[in-house]
Design a protein around this ligand. Sequence first.
Ligand SMILES: [Zn+2]
Ligand SMILES: [Zn+2]
Length: 407
Amino acid sequence: MVSVRSHTADESGAGAAAGLARVAQTHNFRGGDFARWTRTCLAVIGAGTIGWRLAEEAVLSGAHVTVFDPDTGEAVNRGTQRCRVGVPKVAALVTSCDAIRPGHATGYCHDVRQVGMRALQACDIWFDCTDDAGLAWALTELSNGLARPLFRCAVDGSGELELGRVLCSSAASGHACQVCAYSVEHFLGRPARTPCQGELDNSRPPTIAGGAIAAATAGLALSLAQRLVVGTDRDAVRGHEYVLDWTNFQMIQLRLERSADCLSGHHVWECLETNVTAERGTLRELFWVAQQTLAARVTALETYLLPLNVQACCECGMVRDAVGSDRAVAPACPRCGRAMSWLTETQTELMCIEQAARLGILDCALNALGLPSGALVIAHSEDRPPLRMLLVGCEPGMAAEASHDVG
Ligand SMILES: [Zn+2]
Ligand SMILES: [Zn+2]
């Protein structure tokens, strides 16, 4: 076994800077503040067909990326994604970005909802590159709330068309968000996530989309992001959707109408920075902080995007009370000793103090309940607006492997 460093001194030093001098002269940056781009961090949510291309190109052009994806590379991905079979997609991508420009990428092998809000808050622009339609609502609300532009990047997965699209949702800047045109029916009838090839769901076809249209879509998203950050044609980016119709060789630009009655409400949040840590803080402490701040009785705490399961079940039929978010590990079965799974049917985002006391979790450490550092907990009361409380800190991201083994 021989270990080699993933980069050389020249790549991380003068060589890299010289390469960027040419990038700074390209149309998107000319006349703008290129240095600002090199300080920008992009949240890339989903390291699949679009996400990895976007992340690598962003790092190549001098920006930083934070990648979120819970999945592991599979053989079926190998035709469209640069992943490694059996390796978390985030680990492979961070390593590959590190080989391009060391130290510009970090990531989380988790669903973005389970990482804690601060990891997203630390990024300047977000890209939803997942095939999870259920994420749209949560990410739009977060994008509005934290005032971060959100790009929705997608390709047609039917295999019938060469079609990609990039939409820039930016309600906090006074433009449209991606759900401005949505009706209540749209939410009720929203499609479930399209399963990837190889997943055990025979009721839905797999995503069939090639690398060519995915590369074009990632390139378009990157170009729009560069213009947004340095100010080139910024108003042609915010509140717009671009459709790449490569079946018919055309690109369509759509301006999205901002709705005054948007279901998302376009609220920009004020968050309370608490001193509560995930390691030592408890629900009792959060109830107390909320009560003091609101000067009102707190009816419930909402573990935002991290609903708490209150029961676990076993293949043997045993069901027991236990509390934790999907991020927490369910307990072992008291009857047969096997690992149990959370019973998601009974999970809840709202916890009143009486229920927490009944479940015996008022004094549990928050991270034992599956709440990460930097998580958002919202306190509700009867006559005050919701109080958004942020836990201290941010979950540590994944650094690239320091060396590669060459067999
Ligand atoms: Zn809207
Ligand atoms: Zn059992």
